[in-house]
Design a protein around this ligand. Structure first.
Ligand SMILES: *Cc1c(COP(=O)(O)O)cnc(C)c1O
Length: 362
């Protein structure tokens, strides 16, 4: 029996960075500072350089980053925020946490991203912002979304949690709107060894608000805004600074594996993801679609391949949201999507083994 191909192999991916960390960590014996110190600051600076942004605000995770960037917009309570119906729950939770109302908008079945054609019909006098999600690592059609936002005077926040390093028309996603948010949760393209997140912005007001709000809402025991506790650890920043140097390599490796799938999967019952010329898709997830998805997943599992589902329950059916309307596209995606192994440490042999199995699936 061959070794199972796991969806992800984080210990293999992170081993070299952990090795460096074992030495680096001794610096903490000199600084005695464990959160929000010089390493976090350096990481923020590196992110500004990478995204070509004025500001970067480190925080505890992307849910907090989304929560704070939304709060920084100072939009009135019970305002509506448009969000794709097929995103990960955290995007919607950031809206709920601010006493705002998530308004679900259907994605495009071909791109998995919010369909700009569906946005306008969701806009009311209460709509104040759109959170677009570069889902699976694929950039949203930002020009189209920005045009609508401009027409209706809406703010845009990009949820880039799955798209660190993705490029839309020569610019990195996350720096194409009022604010962009990234996650360093271990499985993400730039994954840490715990939780962490960052906000990218060129807006000074958002920057100043988020700087305060990530640390209860003020400084020197004087609190000006209602904040949260969302710090980044020095050890996390230390690890991420190191891995950051390899992010292009990591992304390129994922893209290479994705390209093998795109080139070699030949099976009429499989729908492959689409890539546009003017974008760099970083394949946090390599998402195929199949009518008999559950059967396919079981077949792969039985043959030593671990494929996952992102996500089995669409937002509208989440008990806390409990929308009465049906969301056909989101439901279609949640019942047909399958995520194939596509990490930076999967070998060509492993990917070819998955391809062979899929091509034999009848
Ligand atoms: C992972 C993820 C988040 C949440 O990130 P955390 O750092 O775990 O809070 C938000 N949105 C999307 C689309 C994600 O994939």
């Amino acid at each position: 029996m061959q070794k199972t191909i796991e969806w992800e192999n984080l210990s293999k991916l992170n081993k070299p960075y952990i090795t460096v960390l074992r030495t680096d960590i001794n610096i903490l014996n000199n600084t005695g500072k464990y959160t929000m110190g010089e390493f976090v600051e350096e990481f923020e600076k590196e992110c500004c350089k990478y995204f070509n942004s004025k500001y970067a605000i480190a925080c505890g995770n992307a849910l907090d980053g989304l929560t704070l960037s939304l709060r920084a917009l100072k939009i009135p309570k019970n305002s509506e925020v448009i969000v794709p119906s097929n995103t990960f729950y955290a995007t919607a939770l950031a809206i709920l946490r601010n006493n705002l109302i998530p308004v679900l908008c259907e994605p495009d079945l071909n791109t998995f991203n919010i369909d700009f054609k569906n946005i306008e019909q969701k806009i009311t006098s209460k709509t104040k912002a759109i959170i677009c999600v570069h889902l699976y690592g694929k950039p949203c059609d930002m020009d189209k979304i920005k045009k609508i936002a401009k027409k209706y005077k809406l703010k845009i926040i990009e949820d880039g949690a799955q798209a660190f390093g993705a490029v839309y028309k020569n610019a990195k996603v996350g720096n194409l709107s009022d604010a962009g948010v990234f996650s360093f949760y271990p499985t993400k393209n730039l994954g840490g060894i715990g939780d962490a997140g960052i906000i990218i912005t060129n807006n000074k007001e958002i920057y100043e608000f988020a700087r305060k709000a990530r640390s209860y809402g003020g400084n020197n025991y004087r609190y000006e805004v209602e904040g949260i506790n969302s710090r980044m650890d020095e050890i996390q920043a230390m690890f991420l600074l190191n891995k950051f140097k390899d992010i292009e390599k990591i992304n390129e490796k994922k893209i290479k594996n994705a390209n093998l799938y795109l080139k070699h999967i030949i099976n009429k019952s499989i729908i492959l993801p689409k890539i546009d010329e003017n974008e760099k898709h970083v394949f946090y997830i390599f998402a195929i679609r199949c009518k008999r998805r559950d059967e396919l997943q079981k077949y792969l599992q039985e043959n030593g391949v671990n494929a996952l589902i992102h996500y089995p329950i669409p937002l509208n059916k989440q008990p806390v949201i409990n929308e009465k309307k049906t969301y056909e596209i989101a439901e279609e995606i949640s019942s047909t999507e399958l995520s194939l192994p596509c990490s930076a440490v999967h070998t060509k042999q492993e990917i070819m083994r998955v391809i062979k199995l899929i091509n034999k699936f009848k």
